[in-house]
Design a protein around this ligand. Structure first.
Ligand code: KIV
Length: 272
């Protein structure tokens, strides 16, 4: 089903706030390289997130913790070269902003200068408030991230739904209000109950973008490789797979191997 989309030449942080005000949902997907980013941008996605999920998806790590600032800058600069329309948001990786606000600002400046990204995202609530303020004071837009925050996986112990208990839900609501007040232009809510996510979205004027947070929020984000079915071991309830590329690619590559072995490839037309 095709839905009427307003035509925006270039998405900015202001466009996203206007979209929320106008009731237009925001689409966001990850990308980590030039080729994929070109397809994602050309398909009309509003926000491209160069997520630290690159640590899992691109490098095969078990968690997002190992990816470095230099590696994030490499991925982000590849994405930026491809993008003409979307807003490019780049994750500040684990260890690049937690120790103090000055380090957080230095890391954000490196991302903006060396990759050409348009904004940064970081995980956490009141514990990162001073870092957020410092980055914003330098003119760098910041997206917050609450709920399941994968950089804290060793503190949580599991990737299960967060904020099911009242105490954590109250803290999350307070953190969302704090992020808005501090000046964040948007917030990602990951894997929390849909009712809570909707309450948060209704309590702030900045866009709330959900992953596993139901349909009562202002937009949705998924990891590209999951939604096109390139990964196949991961089956969370919130994930809708639009393709089964793992199977399609495996079949195509097996066919190529057979064709080489059987001398079917290359044929007379495929040579000089
Ligand atoms: O790194 C990432 O891909 C993310 C999304 C899951 C929101 O932070």
């Amino acid at each position: 089903m095709s839905v009427a989309k307003k035509e925006y030449k270039r998405i900015t942080v202001k466009t996203l706030v206007d979209m929320k005000a106008n009731g237009e949902k925001i689409s966001m997907l990850t990308a980590y390289d030039y080729t994929m980013a070109k397809i994602v941008d050309g398909s009309g996605v509003d926000v491209i997130l160069v997520g630290d999920s690159a640590s899992n998806v691109m490098a095969g790590h078990e968690t997002t913790l190992p990816i470095t600032l230099d590696q994030m800058i490499y991925h982000a600069s590849s994405v930026v070269r491809a993008v003409e329309r979307a807003l490019v948001v780049v994750d500040l990786p684990f260890g690049s902003y937690q120790s103090d606000p000055k380090e957080a600002l230095r890391s954000a400046i490196r991302i903006m200068k060396e990759s050409g990204g348009h904004a940064v995202k970081l995980e956490g609530g009141k514990e990162v408030k001073e870092s957020i303020k410092r980055i914003l004071n330098a003119g760098i837009p910041v997206m917050g991230h609450l709920g399941l925050t994968p950089q804290s996986i060793y503190k949580f112990g599991t990737y299960t739904v967060r904020a099911k208990e009242e105490e954590e839900a109250i803290r999350l609501k307070q953190d969302a209000l704090m992020l808005e007040k501090a000046g964040c232009f948007a917030i990602v809510l990951e894997k929390i109950p849909a009712k809570l996510a909707q309450e948060v979205a209704e309590s702030v004027s900045i866009p709330v973008i959900g992953i596993g947070a139901g349909h009562g929020v202002d937009g949705q984000v998924l990891v590209l490789h999951d939604m096109i079915g390139m990964t196949h071991e991961f089956h969370p309830r919130f994930l809708r797979r639009y393709m089964n590329l793992y199977e399609d690619m495996t079949n195509a590559i097996s066919q190529y191997v057979d064709d080489v072995k059987s001398k079917d490839f290359p044929n007379d037309e495929e040579q000089y």
